[in-house]
Design a protein around this ligand. Structure first.
Ligand code: AMP
Ligand code: GLY
Length: 428
């Protein structure tokens, strides 16, 4: 069948790379795609937030299956629109995508179905939110976490270390710093521990593990500086032992699926659980309803099973009939970003040496590039993801940085310590 992939980042490059290895994939289209995805797919300039345009394109081309990468079109109901037109698609309905699109929705689901997560309250006005904050932590307020309810491109969460910071964060939300996403606010208790992510593919009733990973959200070495979309990741996350994975599946993922089913809106697609491993056990920080970026760039190379078969089984409610097989090797990806990211950065600077990086055995996924007159140009903040492999995370880290060092790009930078937690652990 011909497949349409929605999105334009490194995640979608990794998906395109994997989808085109499937026996079920004839022509792959990608909307809008990027300079790396175009090696695998015909890139089409569709507005992915215009559901009618996407449906019309699929009908015109006879698309047999649609795979949605990013969260915005999911929350915007792209899967509902496609299914209404009898076009099978991989991803949750708009209702089910609220697990990512509304933090309050997810917290209420956790409360209703006894899923471990930080204590919280929802607010639609600043005075009540501030009053609540002032009552927390025996009147000290902080540390406490303030979250804009809706999608805010990863920016709507403020971990406040003082009462003043928390009060400012509440004002920012209600004064519109995060647009409509901040019209409602979740205030929640600060959780202490190490973060890790677990991915599950879901068919509405059944959930199957799709790997574990750890991301690096801060821009600088040693986890300092502003938050980003993610500066690097590795998989598997050794901190998530089989025992912890079983606990997360049974105490967090399974009750979430059961809860959504009970509400009459079964969840299909990828459930990405952001977890805090606290001394009292794993707690859910948040859900995303899609693959992570850059986590997908370490998951796809480790997946041995045909991705289209898995996704078709999930979309049609038949996950029990298929198994996912994984490579034991470790994968680690480093994000090369434009200098200045996550703030302002220069565009259209030239990158050389990607071929040499790939010859060293790494995979280079493009996140924000375009090709012009035979030159590769950086067009985004996060630009390339270089994924290395090895028997350990340490080996995968060495392989990724060896490949990175082949790339010549004056306007680029990367963190040099991706994987440090796992590498420290491997040293024993
Ligand atoms: P989120 O967008 O919900 O993943 O939040 C972004 C980041 O904020 C997370 O990756 C955590 O590092 C941090 N965070 C969110 N909620 C909490 C919490 N309740 N306690 C401590 N840190 C948190
Ligand atoms: N890497 C974090 C995310 O995809 O949300």
């Amino acid at each position: 069948m011909d497949i349409l992939l929605i999105g334009s980042g490194g995640r979608e490059h990794a998906l395109a790379w994997k989808l085109t290895q499937s026996l079920h994939c004839d022509d792959l289209y990608c909307a809008p795609g990027n300079g790396g995805i175009s090696q695998y797919a015909t890139c089409v300039a569709l507005d992915i937030m215009d559901n009618d345009a996407v449906v019309a394109f699929c009908k015109d081309k006879g698309i047999g299956f649609v795979v949605v990468g990013p969260e915005q079109p999911l929350v915007n109901g792209i899967v509902d629109a496609l299914e209404a037109a009898d076009i099978p698609a991989f991803g949750p309905s708009a209702f089910a995508a609220q697990l990512e699109g509304s933090k309050g929705f997810t917290k209420d689901l956790c409360a209703e179905f006894n899923i471990p997560t930080a204590a919280y309250q929802r607010f639609n006005n600043a005075p009540k939110a501030k009053m609540y904050v002032r009552q927390q932590n025996e009147g000290r307020g902080a540390p406490i976490v303030i979250k804009a309810d809706g999608l805010a491109a990863g920016k709507g969460v403020i971990v406040a270390t003082t009462l003043d910071e928390a009060i400012d964060a509440i004002d920012m939300c209600f004064e519109g710093s995060f647009g409509a996403a901040g019209a409602e606010v979740v205030v929640e208790a600060f959780l202490e521990g190490e973060e890790a992510s677990l991915f599950a593919i879901c068919d509405g009733q059944t959930a199957m593990l799709m790997g574990t990973a750890q991301d690096h959200k801060r821009v600088g070495d040693g986890d300092i500086g502003p938050n980003t979309g993610g500066m690097g990741a590795y998989s598997p996350a050794p901190i998530l032992t089989q025992e912890l994975i079983d606990e997360v599946m049974s105490d967090i993922i399974v009750p979430t699926l059961a809860g959504m089913h009970h509400k009459g809106h079964p969840f299909k697609g990828i459930l990405y659980a952001g977890l805090m491993l606290t001394k009292d056990g794993p707690q859910l920080i948040e859900y995303n309803t899609r693959f992570g970026d850059p986590e997908c760039q370490v998951l796809m190379p480790r997946l041995k099973t045909d991705l289209v078969e898995l996704m078709l089984a999930a979309a049609s409610g038949n996950l029990l009939e298929i198994e996912a097989e994984w490579d034991d090797k470790a994968a680690l990806t480093v994000v090369l970003a434009s200098k200045g990211y996550p703030a302002e950065y220069e565009k259209n600077t030239e990158i050389e040496g990607v071929d040499a990086a790939e010859k060293s055995g790494a995979l280079v996924f493009h996140a924000g590039t375009a090709e012009k007159d035979g030159k590769l140009l950086a067009t985004g903040g996060r630009v390339l993801n270089v994924t290395g492999f090895g028997n350990t995370i340490t080996e995968a880290q060495t392989s990724a940085y060896m490949a990175i060092d082949q790339i010549k790009w004056d306007n680029g930078f990367c963190r040099r310590d991706i994987g440090w937690r796992a590498v420290e652990r491997e040293k024993g």
